[in-house]
Write a protein that binds this ligand. Sequence first.
Ligand code: TYD
Ligand code: MG
Length: 462
Amino acid sequence: MANLANKSTKTVYVCRECGESTPKWQGQCPSCSAWNTLEETAVATNTSSGGFAQKNRAVTSKSGKILKLSDVRMEDVTRWPTGSTEMDRALGGGLVPGAVILIGGDPGIGKSTLTLQVIAAISENRPALYVTGEESSAQVASRAQRLDLPLESIHVLAETGLETILSHVGQAKPQVVVIDSIQTLYSEQFNSAPGSVVQVRECAAELVRYAKANGVSILIVGHVTKEGSIAGPRVLEHLVDTVIYFEGEAGSNIRIIRALKNRFGAANEIGVFSMTENGLRGVANPSVLFLHNSQQQASGNVVFAAIEGSRPLLVQIQALVDRTAGNPRRVCNGVDSQRLAMLLAVMNRHLGSNLGGFDVFVNVVGGLTVDEPAADLPIIAAIWSSLTGKVVPSNTVLFGEVGLGGEVRPVVGGAIRVAEAEKLGFNRVVCGDVGRGARSKAELAIEVVNRVDRAVEFLRGD
Ligand code: TYD
Ligand code: MG
């Protein structure tokens, strides 16, 4: 703990976006080039300790020696199940001792619900603690009761002071700790307010140091700012081992968690939940959930066979093309706007679909974000369908990457996508080459198309 007698204060300017600090104020951040993001911050420096971040560096850079790989003792990574198959899947098999996980998402998406459910499940096998800075202990208790969790085995600490939290944790020695949320934490070492970049970064760095030194797994909840980054922003992502991000849209009960970064598992793995009256329930077959209630027989609607992480997922993509009343608008929800611009150019050149006078809206139903190139063909098909009013039959699934020359390319996992379509009762797949892994059968026709114009001719029934 810092000796207060050695403390002095200096002023630095910290970027709200990337956390870079500079000694002088500037209009533009020298690191991330964002404008007007530098904030004056008073930092207490301690000449003897050098601050948390520096201490953290010292702990992680252990002095080593040069070894032959054959002499290195390989350790199996221990994993503690979280009681949720979907959470375990996103984490790569469960919580790893000493690992720190950042759980980010919009307010109200379900971060507190999920982490409380995890703490309840973990508490059955090992000591765990839920630290709340957002709600009182009474609020957490009533939430736990609503979720039908065993109140007598869950330990809660309502506290925002980092030093106090760590002293409690040091005594109670839980093996798993939830911090809800990092924006409410406050360290005495720094004069800035809770939620400021300095507090968020330094508190997180100290939690990481504690986790590594004690083999404790810590889940840090972080709210997302309007700009879409986790507040105290990207700096946190570098500090932690795993970053899990909630996806989903207001008004839908589907909640998706996605591992954006994972030192102990595959990145991009997703877990799918539905938000119920009794909290988050894992969904074993998400395709059924995503296609549920789909108004498939309308123009502009198509089904895309996606692969998220290691599993196939059928989702509906919708497009609406409407005559513009000014500058044409391109609005995307769940797909990349740059990619859409490219696909519109391909449609103009290779399908003769000039969309210059039209607004184009594209939406992935259920709040999922698809960034696979395999979504190209279904996006084009949805836009074409809305533009022409031709319905893509509801028994059809599409996937395929589209190149600038209008060619439809094969994508990874073709056979897995086809198998998922078959499992859900679709009987036609329009796609790029799927190789020999998948063959047409009596109940499932695979239509391999190698150009977008061919795909459209096919959908038109030529
Ligand atoms: P919450 O976990 O508090 O979100 P966050 O911590 O990310 O801000 O979730 C709050 C929302 O979830 C709220 O709109 C109510 C809803 N909810 C349910 O639908 N069922 C439940 O069992 C619970 C606890 C919350
Ligand atoms: Mg919350």
